[in-house]
Design a protein around this ligand. Sequence first.
Ligand code: HXC
Ligand code: NAP
Length: 293
Amino acid sequence: MNYKNKMLRDDALKGKTIVVTGGGSGLGKAMTTYFLELGANVVITSRNIEKLQAVKAELEEKTGGKVLAVQCDVRHYDQVEAMVKASVDAFGKVDVLLNNAAGNFISPTERLSANAFDTIIDIVLKGTQNCTLAFGKYWINQKETDKVVLNIVTTYAWTGSAYVVPSATAKAGVLALTRSLAVEWAKYGMRFNAIAPGPFPTKGAWDRLLPGELKEKFDLAKKVPLKRVGEHQELANLAAYLVSDFSAYVNGEVITIDGGEWLKGAGQMNLLEAIPEEMWDMLEAMIRSKKSN
Ligand code: HXC
Ligand code: NAP
């Protein structure tokens, strides 16, 4: 199956400027790469400017596209406002905000300090809120329309999850923000959607969610009905569609891309998958024999 292939036609994003928070690593870098290949200009932002400069050089060389690297800690509104200005100064306009930056680590909740909990909420929820508010106000003031905000959440935004409680709490807030503004700011020509990825191995996530031996102990592919983890290009394909004009009527949606992982955990009788094929004749006979009760 060709799920590693690139989906959209060449130039599908030509003329668009896309801001990707956390665009210097992991999934943010994968989406940035594909946006550049499709003809967009991309602003990549995070706390580490040296990393961003290196990625800018690498991706400009690889794709021939234009990248602006801007240092910006999304927790601080003044830095976000400066990032909006730098992006507009460089490219004249911004069409898409992709809220991808995140912080996370596993921990029993009772071990967390108040500051540890705050840190995750501040990066994930407040960071998304800061960027959304700054760009939203800018677009409204400028009377610019046809804008897109795409937020990266996770499937535990609605199921919740033990051991990553600050992240689950924050992602649930991001999902509520997405759905709320999809309605409120549609009148200004903005649409809001979210992607909920399942397991897509990245260094940033795996170092903090599956440190050391946990990587071998908890093979996340086994939790997925399709029995594999995600390919970065699959996520990039979905993100490119959602920021493109092809998805102009998709608004307020969260699209899950997890191979069926969260539903497997949710369906009450899904555990019957463990029953060997040869047992089913016997089980059926047992059930049929009780028909008259
Ligand atoms: C308990 C911890 C901790 C840990 C940090 N803290 N690590 N507490 N267990 N493992 C505490 C610190 O002691 C401190 O509290 C507070 O958290 C802030 O820590 P700092 O190191 O000062 O914060 P900062 O430098 O801002 O770094 C933020 C970070 C770090 C989140 C802790 O990991 C980071 O920079 N992460 C960015 C990238 C990232 O997390 N990527 C993964 C995304 S994966 P005190 O009280 O001591 O001051 C993801 C996947 C979702 O979201 C779904 C997957 C399936
Ligand atoms: P990652 O590489 O660690 O990405 C996180 C990015 O956020 C980094 O580039 C980091 O850059 C940036 N960042 C962190 N704190 C920041 C801050 N305060 N201000 C600005 N930028 C900040 O991890 P990833 O796996 O690619 O995650 C990307 C997104 O996908 C996240 O939203 C994550 O929750 C989501 N997700 C991932 C998976 C998965 O399986 N990988 C599953 C579901 C959802 P700096 O350190 O340079 O600041």
